[in-house]
Design a protein around this ligand. Sequence first.
Ligand code: ANZ
Ligand code: ZN
Length: 820
Amino acid sequence: MKLKKLNFSKIEKKWQKYWQDKAIYEPDFFKAKKPFYNLMMFPYPSAEGLHVGNMYAFTGSDIYGRYKRMQGYDVFEPIGLDGFGIHSENYALKINRHPKIQAKISQKRFYKQLEMIGNSFAFKERLETYDPNYYRFTQYLFILMFKNGLAYRKKAPVNWCISCKTVLADEQIINGKCERCNSEVVRKELEQWFFKITKYADKLLKNLEKIDWTEKVKINQKNWIGKSEGAEISFNLKNLNEKINVFTTRLDTIFGVTYLVLAPEHPLVLKLKDKILNFKEVLAYIENNKFKTEEERLTLEKTGVELKGIKAINPINQEEISVWVSDYVLLDYGTGAIMAVPAHDQRDFEFALKYNLKIKTVISPEKGKLDFEVKEKAFEFDGYLINSAEFTNLTSQEARVKILKKIKGKRKVIYHLRDWLISRQRYWGAPIPMIYCKHCALEKRGERKDMPGWYCEKEENLPVVLPYIKNFRPTGTGQAPLASVKSFYKTKCPNCQKEARRETDVCDTFLDSSWYYLGYLLKVFNWSVKITDKKFKDLVKKWLPVDMYIGGAEHSVLHLLYVRFIAMALKDLKLVHFQEPFLKFRAHGLLIKEGAKMSKSKGNVVNPDEYIKKFGADTLRMYLMFLAPFEEGGDFRDAGILGIKRFLERVWKYYQVVKIENLKPERNLLILVHQTIKKVSDDIENLHYNTAISALMILFNQLEKRNKINFEILEIFLKLLAPFAPHLTEELWHNKLNLKNSIHLASWPKYNLKLVELKEVLIIIQVNGKVKDKINVLKGIKQKDLEELVLKREKIKKIINNKQIKKVIYVPDRVINFVI
Ligand code: ANZ
Ligand code: ZN
């Protein structure tokens, strides 16, 4: 018989078409009995094409989805493009093409690639965030937030990326640089839109305990939310009817307070204008330090100015202390003012050294060590109080409670989390659907009392379409490009009908992705429902929350936090029935190339197309998954991929030549098959795809030794391999096993626990009572089977050398002795 050579690309195209034509990956949304929402983070189409890192993530997610489908779940595995926003716009700017035109080109290219990788995507429900059908809901979400007091505008110092020419959210600053372009970030005073994520700080934190997420992502979120428990206490100002409130976590150090510090923007500074003797100097300091970023404020050498003529009184001992302004104190944390304890806070320590302020030690590391003194650096730990009047010798913890009572302070919990800055001075995003009327503003009218002049665009007028404009480049002036498009911003006030102005900033990209898992379900209705419609809500109940979500850990405090917040807000508005959108989230590892990070400048970026063309999608998929446990990432090496290619070719060849027999399978092989079913199932469940693949290789080595084999075993092997190599297995399923329907809709094999639990034992082989050899066999092996195995061994054959065996003595599972 002439062997057919394996033509990867031919069979891959054939089966991709078949899957599409038969829509086998489209669940029946309304009738599904066991819905399983298998979500992967949709890509930014902000490069020439799909990155192999995307393919790595998607394959890992797809294997899980395919496995669940074969287990009988109605799996929904959608995909789309997160194509609105700064990522895509920056790319368009780079290659000097209009983002709208580029989006069309990228869309075609990305979808083609997404088909090529052989995932079981429900392509009918795909979506793009720049589609007006989509962003109509993004805008609707904005309006919902506004109407419910969760969106507001305020003037605030914000992070401004010099290169992207727009503001950034705190979450988008990584080590003081822009998350997107890695350029410098400076501070600007601007009026901006914010979402009140801080309202949910506590829930965002508490719920972490309830969700099954990758631990390190939960830890990142916990730290970012940054719950801080302490006290708020007041310091009266001497001879003035004013006080300074401070937030402290270390009330036990109150006897060590040697000065107070206000943030430069603290309103009290201006209020005390006439009382501050050196007000000019203070003002100059404030002006000079206005544009430092938060990072700079906290890391650069500390500077400040004393407010001359102002003294505060320490409530615990009535001591007079000086008051300073310094930018190491931030306005929007706590109360914007601190009590400084140089002996026990390193920042205060450095400041005190620089300005020659007193350093008074009040905490000792050892009980009774009353002469302890801080010299080189602050002692920042809890300990035992010293120099603290009647509180001396108490532990820090005891002292905090007692001091709080004595000075009548308030316990207070605050969070590091800030509100989410949502507006961007860019072009390529969903226009913020708000209208400002200065006439109404003058009369203090508005949709909300606290925001005079502001009105939402009416729901029936959505979407506010982003117009095509030639000059889409960011201006750098703090104004978005749309601010110079009169036909866009000129409108009528929805209230008084006089001339009004549309908001010209657009929404942050992360608003687009904060609800996309709901978007796929809207697409089921082809966008023709409202979020409040019963039929939509029913579908939401049926399919959500998402059962499994897979994506990168780099989104820990960006997308993954925002998306939880939006779900909580929607839940409170009774639009969804869950607080947490993703029950289970797993972060995949990072893919590197030959030990190095992939980057264009190094020229070591793996282009998945090239590899698919050369080796086939099945080979690439399996190779990527074989590298290491999925959650750990892997090192891509060209040499390695050949090994997988050869393996798949061997499978192909074997299925061409093997004869199917209808005998009962050998017990040994059957045991291995069942153990492999269990191993592969467990491994897929835990995303240990690499060891699942190894187990399949071990099983296949055994199959390959046989030229006749039982049909069921051939069937089981293909099924186990199907999630990894979906095309090859589909081909062999139809054309070797002659089975109808897709293998991917077949049921996942079940194992027989009895067979799986069999253990191996080491049996000693003796000839005439002398130890000659050892053999590993399954526990409980029958004497007849064991004899047969042993007598096949070269070593034993030689010894026995055709002599007559007189007797065989067998001690079960331990020793077999041939008497010759
Ligand atoms: C006195 C003190 C003594 C403090 C001591 C610390 C150690 P976390 O844990 O991050 O919440 N602080 C309060 N508000 C601040 C602001 N707006 N800008 C800068 N620093 C501020 O930190 C709480 C501590 O940070 C507070 O406790 C306060 O300094 C400082 F031995 O008060 B502490
Ligand atoms: Zn008006």
